[in-house]
Design a binder for this molecule. Sequence first.
Ligand code: HEM
Ligand code: HEM
Length: 190
Amino acid sequence: METIEISGILGLTALVLLTLNILMGIMLSTAYKQSDYWKKLPAKIKAFKIIDIHNYTAYFALVIVFLHFIIIPLDPSSKFSFNHLLKPLSAPHQPIFVLLGSISFLALLIVIITTQKIVKKKLGTTTWRNIHVISYATGLLFIIHGLVMDPLLKDRPIDFIDPEKLLVEACALILLAAFVFRYKYKVGKK
Ligand code: HEM
Ligand code: HEM
């Protein structure tokens, strides 16, 4: 398997993990334990601590994203150098969409850093929360990035029915539905 293919698989894995993470974040902020759906679930599922899973998947996804991009320059056919990773707009392929990936990574890093106990305490809950909700914008950026990037870096147009891109599209729809649910919950509460 080519290095660039491994990078693509890691990118898709990170995208799915981050989608699940946003879903769990929404569960946490909408008092999921009081919902009738949750109450009807088997005890084994209810034993899961969503806050812990939300926490672990965040770190796991961060490591996977890091591996996803750090190995790209190791494939000579990618024409990427490590410098291109630091300056995405100078990337040899689809620079604007590489930039969206870079912004997603930075946003992920910011959300994780600001969630560390000492930082969170200094920021206060309101500021922490305001920073945390940038995750919705991050979701939009990594979906566009994952959909548009050509996995073989040949600058081909998007193949919407390619199985990998179908996975990205499915995550996009799930995130959209979850966002609408979260918005309605907020409006309903008001
Ligand atoms: C470092 C690990 C993390 C911890 C400990 C953590 C913790 C939390 C907690 C406690 C909440 C509930 C907030 C509330 O309503 O009171 C939450 C919500 C949320 N989290 Fe995280 N989080 C982490 C990382 C992430 C990451 C990396 C993402 C992005 C992929 C994310 C996305 C969200 C979202 C979208 C919400 C719902 C925000 C809302 O609509 O109010 N979290 N998180
Ligand atoms: C949250 C952050 C990121 C996520 C979730 C993500 C996800 C993805 C996904 C799903 C693909 C398409 C794979 C496929 O269709 O098979 C992809 C491709 C790509 N991404 Fe990312 N990415 C992220 C960050 C980055 C960063 C920071 C860079 C570089 C600075 C980058 C560079 C690339 C490149 C060059 C490709 C095309 C080659 C390949 O498939 O590996 N990505 N990414």
